[in-house]
Structure formats: C-alpha cells, structure tokens
Design a protein around this ligand. Sequence first.
Ligand SMILES: Nc1ncnc2c1ncn2[C@@H]1O[C@H](COP(=O)(O)OP(=O)(O)O)[C@@H](O)[C@H]1O
Ligand SMILES: [Mg+2]
Length: 394
Amino acid sequence: MAGVTLDQVTKVYDGANESAVDKLSLNIDDGEFVVFVGPSGCGKSTALRMIAGLEQITDGDVRIGPDVVNLIPPKDRDIAMVFQNYALYPHMTVERNLDYPLRIAGVEKDELKKRVTDIARTLQLTELLDRKPAQLSGGQRQRVAMGRALIRRPAVFLMDEPLSNLDAKLRVSMRAEIARIQRDLGVTTVYVTHDQVEAMTMGDRVVVLNGGELQQVAPPELLYNRPQNVFVAGFIGSPAMNLWSSTFTLHDDGSGEVAIGEQALQVPVAVVESHPGLELLDGQGVTVGIRPDDMHDDATPESETTVVAKITLREALGSEVICHLDVDQKRLMIDDPDLEEMAAEGLSPEIDFVGRFAPTSVAAAGTEHTVRVDANKLHFFDAGTGLRLEETTA
Ligand SMILES: Nc1ncnc2c1ncn2[C@@H]1O[C@H](COP(=O)(O)OP(=O)(O)O)[C@@H](O)[C@H]1O
Ligand SMILES: [Mg+2]
C-alpha cells in the first residue's frame, strides 16, 4: 500500500481560461480515508481523475508512494476506482463479477477462490455469491462493484460520488458500510462527494475545495469548530452557520460588542482576549458567525450575550426545534443549498437567522423571543479576506 501526495497540482482544460484545479497540495497518509467535498464544479472529480491517471496533469506532480506517476497510465498505477455509475456484468453471478479482474490477470484458481472468499466476507456478500446482479438490491450491487475494485488489492482506492444513485436511507447505511470496509482493509482511500454530511461522517480528514482551490484540510471536528474562512464556515454544517457583516466596538472594560441589525451583541472580555486580532478592529468591519446550535431559547436576565428575535417559522422535528429568527440583519449567503431551498419555498432566507433549540422549546411562530447566544462559540472573520481571526487556546 501507499500514500498519495499532490504537489501544486493544476488542471486547465483545453480552451478554458480558469483552472479547474489550482495548485492543489496535499499529503494523504498510507491507509488514510480522505474525503474531497465542495459544491458542484469545484474540481473534485478533476482532482480525483488526475490521481487515477484519467486526466492529464497541466502542472505539478502526483505521487503514489515515492513515485511521480504523472505519465504512468491508469492501469499501471496500482489504483482502483468506483464511480457513481458502476456497471456489473448482468449475465455473470456475483462470484464471477468479483473474480473477473483476477481471471483477466491470470491469477491461479486456488488464489482466486481465496481472494473471493475474503472480499465477500469483508463486504458481506458470502450469501449472495450465486446470484445475478438483477437479484440484488441497490446497496448489494454497490458492494459488488466495490468488491470488484478492491479484489486486486490496489494501493489506492478512489471513489467518485459512489452513493448518489441510491435512495436516502440506503445512502446512510452504505456510508457506514464503506467506512467499515475501508478500516478493515486499511487501503488508502480518496472519496469524492458534494454532500458535506457524507464527508463529515466518513473521512479521517476532509478536504474542502471551492473554485478549484483548497480551502481547508482538517479532521471533521476541527473543520466544524474552527473553519479557516467564511466559505468553509458557511459550507460545513446543516443548518448552515449564521454569518453576517458586522462592526466591532471595543468597550473601556475590555469587552466589546458586534452589531446585529440595530442591536448590539455583547462580546465578553474573555472572548475579546482570546481573539488577538479583535481589539485592533475597534470601530471597523468584521464578519461574524454563530452556529444554529449555539443559539438557545433559555435566556435569563443574567444572560450577557442576547439578541431579540421575531420567530418567523418554527419547525418541531422531535429531537430539536428549528426556529427561523428575524433579527433585522441580512445574512451572508455562501453556497448554501438549504437557503436556496427556502428561497424557492417563498421564505426570506436573506434575512432569517436560524436557531436550533431544545425539543422542549416553547418559542412560538409570530412571537418575539430573547435568544441567548453562546459567546464562546462566536466565529470572527476578517471582513476583507474572509480569513478566520484565530483564537488562542487556553
Ligand atoms: N472534460 C472537461 N472539459 C472542460 N471542462 C471541464 C471538463 N470536466 C470538467 N470541467 C470543468 O472543470 C471544473 C471542475 O469540474 P469537476 O472536476 O467535474 O467538478 P466537481 O466534480 O467538483 O463537480 C468545472 O468548471 C467543469 O465545468
Ligand atoms: Mg464530480
């Protein structure tokens, strides 16, 4: 097995004036599961296809193990790939579908049998070896396609949106299944998806791309808790982070406030102090973010950081109550399918904040509510560059 290194990898398609992938650098460890995520057209498939050798590299190097493979054809790269549209041979049994790549390669019969038994066990296909593809469910067929790719024991396993053709429920179970299989086999894996939940639940590390450019590479929790820029902040998380253009004001006692509509959201001393860049922004613009999870409906008179909101919509989901909050402040829309969906439903996503409240919340649509904001969970970004004002860790 082997790791994969991308060194300033760039792709400019013939006739295009922008790079589909722009100077992408990344080290993927041996045995690691890395997920590429980002909106449609951000260059995920192009990056994967350059690793596979299916797309010529315009500039930079791809290494598999120690070797630069830029000019090595796909079949000689020791990789296997599963796409969204996998094709099984309909007239062959599952067993024949699985061992096909080995028979082609002339692997002898005992070894063939052993490998099929092994991979069938890992993929839980043992009971299905005599069936034809037509007698399988979508998920089973997908597992056979993976088995056929993995039976050659490739150094690197590449998957491009392998679950997009499955229904929602099956996607969730296959997600866990693929993660388990990857752990069992320990094969270096690069997985492409536009679905951030898929990315967050499956990857050891998640690579966020936008417009062909790397935005952040991090384990899921870090990506969620410390997005490096506004794009990642808005893209990762559902419902999306509430982000808005604001102004910071420093108080004499070392605390501060950020504007939210006509209101002032208090920023405690400790939060100002833990963000070294913040004091310097006194009187200036700053982009502020707060996740729906960090807004609560349990404000008391002692609560320091609060905002009064009119509840425009209440969605009781059983385990939580999602409330749409009019705080008289436009939100920044950053490639958020949820917001686009709301707009299509005639709601006004450009002004509504979203809070995720406890299931016991009595916040009612049409009423005004004082919402408590967890000030320790505020995110601050440079108004110009969109880069995170990094906090010091206590
Ligand atoms: N064969 C191609 N020729 C020209 N442009 C392409 C080709 N394939 C993809 N592109 C362009 O490159 C960019 C990245 O595409 P792609 O890698 O498919 O994105 P993703 O997989 O993230 O949706 C897009 O702007 C797309 O239109
Ligand atoms: Mg794609």
